[in-house]
Design a protein around this ligand. Structure first.
Ligand code: PEP
Ligand code: MN
Length: 360
């Protein structure tokens, strides 16, 4: 897929002076519930109303959505409030029904993005549509799978495309339901700067007390919008109760979020930024020099071990180093996660250098 600056035009055409906000419940439950929430959101910065009517649930037996009848309720939302409407589609039949019901925004859920067959089926069913189609990241942290999904839709001549970052499953411990792994979303943004990117803090957080901060983080990273689950009675929602907030809270959040400028031409700012970036460049060069020196010492150790026929990897010492580095890192306000990542990478590079010596 080429970079294509027409990708952003559907968003520009909305003519907003703030990020795009999509609000509404995880699931449409009843006609009353849907209309009540929509009316509470209509006179705010919310532009589009979301509600899932076909719900992909991890385990069977949970509420799986009201089905096609919900499309009628969404139609009423559009007629009564003027909000755009949005729902998840997960197969060709959903697409057909949603297009017939004139839904404005169709999104592909994380559990569908993992399956190239399903994404292709949806891309074929939506071929050439002028509706907005958003694709969530796959459940697993795999940028290629996400890109593959975008490419399938783009090849199907769907031009009003965008992506939704909703975090990724992880087997490690995390305070989030789905770990944000911001670097994956940033990499996608760098590859396709014109593709609108929306953050879904609700499915990242899984709990309502973290939603404000994660949304602010996304705005700080220049995301184009947010999709936030909101419900008139969050605690009694039929799905995702813990992560939903009231329309009132969402409206307050929209007032409190700080919207950053992409840049400014103000002279002081430009000078300060230039100086600070110059400092970063100098520090980065020093880091590279230090890493080079460290590898040189690792090679000397490799020579020594080889001369005595000792194994490259010394697990006991490595575990001791790592434990100490985590503590030393804490004193320097560096997180355990960061220390582990960086020292594991450095250690691996040292082993590679030493193994080369053993080969020679
Ligand atoms: C949803 O948006 O309600 C949903 C099911 O999300 P996800 O596909 O991100 O799990
Ligand atoms: Mn949900």
């Amino acid at each position: 897929m080429k970079n294509d600056n027409s990708l952003k035009s559907w968003l520009t055409d909305l003519n907003l002076d703030h990020p795009l906000v999509i609000g509404g419940p995880c699931s449409a439950e009843t006609e009353d519930q849907v209309l009540k929430i929509a009316h509470e959101l209509k006179n705010s910065d919310v532009s589009a109303f979301r509600a899932g009517i076909w719900k992909p649930r991890t385990r069977p037996g949970n509420f799986e959505g009201v089905g096609a009848i919900g499309l009628k309720w969404l139609k009423k939302v559009k007629e009564q409030t003027g909000l755009l409407t949005a729902t998840e589609v997960a197969n060709a039949n959903h697409c057909k029904l949603a297009l017939d019901a004139d839904i404005d925004i169709l999104w592909i859920g994380a559990r569908s993005t993992v399956s190239p067959f399903i994404v292709q089926e949806i891309a074929d069913a939506l071929k050439g549509t002028d509706k907005i189609v958003l694709i969530k990241n796959p459940v697993n942290p795999d940028l290629d799978l996400w890109l593959g999904g975008i490419e399938r839709l783009y090849k199907s001549e769907i031009k009003k495309l965008g992506v939704i970052h909703r975090g990724f499953s992880t087997s490690g411990k995390s305070q989030y339901r789905n770990n944000p792994e911001w670097q994956i979303a940033i990499e996608l943004q760098n590859k396709f700067p014109d593709l609108p990117i929306i953050c879904d803090p609700s499915h990242i957080c899984g709990r309502r007390d973290l939603i404000f901060d994660i949304s602010q983080r996304a705005l700080d990273l220049n995301f184009d919008g947010l999709m936030v689950e909101s419900h008139n009675d969050p605690d009694n929602a039929w799905s995702d109760a813990k992560q939903q907030i009231t329309p009132e809270t969402l409206i307050q959040f929209m007032k409190d979020w700080k919207i950053r400028e992409l840049t400014t031409t103000e002279e002081n700012y430009q000078n300060d930024l230039k100086n600070l970036r110059a400092k970063i460049d100098v520090i980065d060069q020093s880091l590279l020099d230090l890493l080079r020196d460290r590898m040189q010492v690792a090679e000397d150790i490799g020579e020594l071990k080889k001369s005595k026929n000792v194994a490259v990897l010394q697990n006991k010492r490595w575990n001791e180093i790592l434990g100490k580095m985590i503590l030393d890192g804490q004193e320097r306000k560096l997180s355990e996660e960061f220390i582990l990542r960086i020292f594991k990478a450095i250690h691996q590079e040292s082993i590679n250098h030493q193994q080369n010596i053993y080969k020679n």
